[in-house]
Ligand binder design. Structure first.
Ligand SMILES: O=C(O)C[C@@H](O)[C@H](O)C(=O)CO
Length: 272
């Protein structure tokens, strides 16, 4: 199996808390992006001390209460399934803080991490604060919820976005990359993709490749998988009959999303 593809696991780490993914920088190819996916049974709690990392807690599905010892956000989260396609609530917690999540219902939470030194205030990112974008045309249409875009100064490094791609469409397409620290033309951002499909037995294809093809991997991605994008272009193709959801976490030395389209395919954008 590709080094870039992670399958979900189910390890009970405390009563009622199951670790589904654990893609931290000490166990992946990444330096700037970490992520965990956890499931919580109703009433279960998960506590974490953030050392030198900041964290965006995304209430992917279900209802949770999040506190950082000073402030508490009760009963946040808006959906039972990501394919309801409504934005959800998230909480930003800075480095060197402790947070606790308590599940008010069965919940799946994505924890997005990046190394961070400068403390920032804990912040609730409400569902209604997500910037919603409809991108693309023909078979390149997708719906984007910007949870933590570079226009929101709440974080030091983290960028978080979720993308819905309907059956038969392509997204993160035409292929683009952000792996050069060459602003204002391109920024260096690592990225992870947490994928779901509807219906669940579906799969999508994701290719991760560089100009010189020293990295060129095409993966069949199933429900709950994570794809790691250390560099390169990273388009996603969704087969007929299945809808795709993914949550992206990006981070790098500068908190700017400036991507470079692969020139050979840029004409896709220019179609009338
Ligand atoms: O517009 C899309 O299809 C989503 C992508 O931009 C995705 O969020 C990504 O690749 C970010 O670099």
């Amino acid at each position: 199996m590709s080094k870039l593809l992670r399958k979900p696991k189910a390890v009970e780490i405390s009563p009622g808390v199951t670790l589904i993914h654990d893609v931290m920088t000490d166990s992946s190819l990444l330096e700037f992006v970490g992520m965990k996916v956890i499931d919580l049974n109703p009433g279960a709690t998960y506590t974490e001390d953030l050392d030198k990392v900041e964290c965006c807690i995304v209430a992917l599905t279900g209802k949770i209460t999040v506190s950082d010892q000073q402030v508490t956000f009760e009963n946040i989260g808006t959906r039972e399934c990501v394919f309801e396609k409504k934005p959800t609530d998230s909480v930003y917690v800075s480095n060197n803080q402790q947070f606790q999540i308590e599940a008010n219902s069965q919940a799946r939470v994505v924890l997005c991490y990046s190394p961070s030194q400068q403390q920032l205030p804990t912040k609730l990112i409400k569902a209604e604060d997500n910037q919603i974008e409809y991108r693309g045309k023909y078979s390149n249409k997708r719906l984007v919820h910007n949870i933590l875009p570079d226009s929101n100064p709440a974080a030091n490094s983290l960028l978080v976005v979720e993308v819905f791609t309907d059956s038969g469409n392509w997204s993160s397409y035409p292929p683009h990359k952000h792996d050069q620290n060459n602003l204002p033309y391109e920024s260096f951002l690592e990225e992870t993709y947490y994928h779901e499909m509807n219906p669940k037995q579906g799969f999508v294809f994701q290719r991760v490749y560089t100009d010189d093809r020293t990295l060129d991997e095409t993966m069949a991605v199933e429900n709950g998988d994570v794809v790691i994008v250390p560099k390169g272009y990273h388009p996603v193709a969704v087969p007929d009959g299945y809808d795709s959801y993914y949550l992206n976490i990006m981070a790098g030395p500068k908190r700017i999303w400036k991507f470079h389209n692969e020139r050979a395919h840029e004409w896709i954008l220019e179609r009338k």
